[in-house]
Ligand binder design. Sequence first.
Ligand code: AHR
Length: 507
Amino acid sequence: MRKFATAISALATLTALPAFAQTELTINTDSEIGVIQPEVYGQFLEHLGGQPYDSIWVGKKSKIPNTDGIRNDVFDALDKLDIPVIRWPGGCYADLYHWRDGVGSKRAGRTNMAWGGTPEPNTFGTHEFFNLAERLGAKTYLNVNLGTGTLNEATDWLEYITFDGKSDLADERRANGRAEPWKIDYLSVGNETWGCGGHLRPDAYADLYALWATFLKTSGEQPKRVISGSHEGNIDYSKDVLDHPNIGSLSEGISLHYYTLPTGDWGEKGDALDFPEEEWASTIRNTLRIKPAIDASLAMIDEHELGDDFGLYVDEWGMWVDGEEGAPALYQQNTIRDAVVAALNFNIFHDYADRVPMTNIAQMVNVLQAMILVDGPDMVLTPTYHVFEMYTPFQGATALEIALDSPSYTSGDISFPALSATAARTPEGEIVIGLVNADPKSSHDVSLPASGAATLNGRVLTAARMDGHNTFDDKTAVVPTSMSVSAENDIFTVTLPAHSVVVLTME
Ligand code: AHR
């Protein structure tokens, strides 16, 4: 593998390529973008729709096999994703969440007014969240309640969670069953403060953020503090928040929320399963528009001279389609289209490995572009789950510069590059390559110099149809299958089926 790593940097080898019609991929191993932080593969767990109750948390007395109330099937599946970080408890719900409702032996029965007035039993609270993260080996990202909470409530929460010494709050945590403190790795003050988080003007939020961030201290290592920023391509809100003179010294980054709506219209977003080819096309186009949104956000951060370590945190992203009739809020099916959308996002995030330290897909189970769907005791893994699992070798790998002269795909007046690629060097020195064919109709070949390597081994995820998906009756309709490509004349030629995602390692 190391042999390849050095050899492939000789781009001159490309001149030896015969004039194949297929697309050429060049990986420049001498040009590193940066380490892909594992947190780029982060998750988001909001109390919403069917989450976390019954989907993740069933309680210790449930007939569904569980460990300390967390269902075993879901836990085992999530565990395979090497989840690096989980954001909790919202989302919009974060601004209604009062942590005291969810600790101790007597939990408060409330109503989730952020999401349709559903019952909120608070049986999943601070201990349950931190224990879940600990068991998964995931970092923690806490969103404190700026909307209906108080600063004092939030400082108490931080002390309850993180203080190791003698205090009433730390003792209360111990009495509730946890001797050791937990660590909060990331902290956000408020959520979507331009909307569900209070419709605050940017300067009003900036003042509140500065006040709260001044006092929100944890015991031990401080969390990275993330300002709640803009959504989609509208960076003006973030820009105005960052104009606050002290905010740079009180934060380590700002968030961007970016959802892919198939139609681009919040009123009629499009269906999860029943969509024409034009809507496949608009979905991919809308996904790719995250790139200019990231560029604009980074330019705005640069203008504020906040330093190289100030990050852009895409702490909500993913597909958002019209909900299913009668289903819990934001429940949606998940097809190979979602898988392609996820992989395109990953490839883009890797291009910004030096600037985007964390992203969080919305959301884990039964909500939006979920990893897993559950129905009572039954569970099915989505195509998106499989893409997350296939891309795990990229966590902590170093993203490399690539060049790919993709053919275009066109549908009506929508046109975009059919192919997308990413490459990275793992800490073990292997080169791992991610390829996406976003063309729903045609397969495409990609060639790359083998530079002495013999095979590419990995997996491909595709489906018979562009709306291919897994159901409770057919859980393996869309699953990855092995793929192996041998070098011929020192060239690899990879055939990407229509609507597919491929991850290969050079061997
Ligand atoms: O992920 C669902 C919702 O989308 C979140 O609660 C909110 O932050 C965003 O609008």
